[in-house]
Design a protein around this ligand. Structure first.
Ligand SMILES: [Zn+2]
Ligand SMILES: [Zn+2]
Length: 286
């Protein structure tokens, strides 16, 4: 339930890019702009922000979910260059020591402990993934209660993950691979076992089940993220997850985050919630 008089507080989700070659997502509201993950070079992050008509100086903070380079590679240089605070868990800080030079404004956070960054409350929670201290997050705008869930890089959607993601108005979920394409694909057996294992990445089928389970009447948009270039195709991910969501009664947009460029359109959470309750917006279904 949203507080009265807060309808005009805009909460926006901007996906700078997602996939095994880099992940970065920005959530903004009321002058707070939080960049979650910096999995591109500093220069590439700047370019993508420019595409979205944003300047790095306008950001409030960077939060890193885990040390894998597709989430962290640009964090040190980008944070130093623009004097931005960098939020890391202790484990991630240690695992990313080579990306840090000592001049960064580091703030340590812990999974399962909420942090308030301007108008955004960030709640990190542990995921099942082969990293030192991997987290997913929900981000809630404190006045409106609008909540965005971002969960990629997990082999299994644990009960804790499902619980943490309940009630989100926008969900960004991993749909990493099609199980058949992974099985028949070019990777060596050990890599296939890692990706498809309980601490690897979520398949389309698992994402479909999770999305269906998380559906509720105020779910406004679902974005599929971290798609494998070799073992997935956007239409396969969308078809499998779309079927599950439709079965649960979902009528809002289902988008796929691209790797090479920012996702268009920018998502306005309030508009998404409104539109998913009305007639389907076919122009968003691409
Ligand atoms: Zn990743
Ligand atoms: Zn990872």
């Amino acid at each position: 339930m949203l507080a009265a008089g807060t309808e005009r507080v805009a909460v926006k989700v901007l996906v700078l890019g997602s996939g095994s070659r880099g992940n970065s997502i920005l959530i903004e509201s009321e002058g707070t702009r939080l960049l979650i993950d910096a999995g591109f070079s500093a220069r590439e992050l700047e370019r993508r922000l420019r595409v979205l008509a944003l300047a790095p100086e306008g950001l409030s903070a960077i939060l890193i979910t885990h040390e894998h380079r597709d989430h962290s590679i640009g964090m040190g240089s980008f944070a130093r260059r623009h004097g931005l605070p960098l939020y890391l868990t202790e484990g991630t800080r240690r695992a990313c020591a080579d990306l840090l030079e000592g001049g960064e404004r580091i703030h340590l956070y812990r999974s399962s402990r909420a942090l308030l960054l301007g108008s955004l409350r960030v709640e990190p929670f542990l995921t099942a993934h082969d990293a030192v201290d991997p987290v997913a997050v929900t981000v809630t705008e404190v006045r409106t209660g609008y909540r965005v869930g971002l969960a990629t890089d997990m082999g299994t959607p644990t009960a804790g993950v499902v619980h943490a993601l309940r009630g989100c108005h926008v969900l960004i979920l991993e749909a990493n691979h099609d199980e058949t394409l992974l099985r028949d694909g070019p990777y060596p057996w050990s890599v296939k076992a890692r990706i498809g294992g309980p601490h690897g990445h979520l398949s389309n089928r698992a994402a479909a089940r999770l999305a269906g389970e998380l559906h509720h009447p105020s779910l406004g948009a679902v974005v599929l993220a971290h798609l494998s270039q070799e073992c997935n195709r956007p239409e396969l991910a969308r078809e499998e997850v779309g079927r599950s969501l439709a079965g649960a009664g979902y009528r809002g947009p289902l988008l796929v985050a691209p790797q090479e460029e920012p996702l268009e359109p920018v998502l306005d959470v309030a508009e998404c919630v409104r539109s998913s309750a009305g007639p389907q917006l076919s122009f968003l279904l691409r």
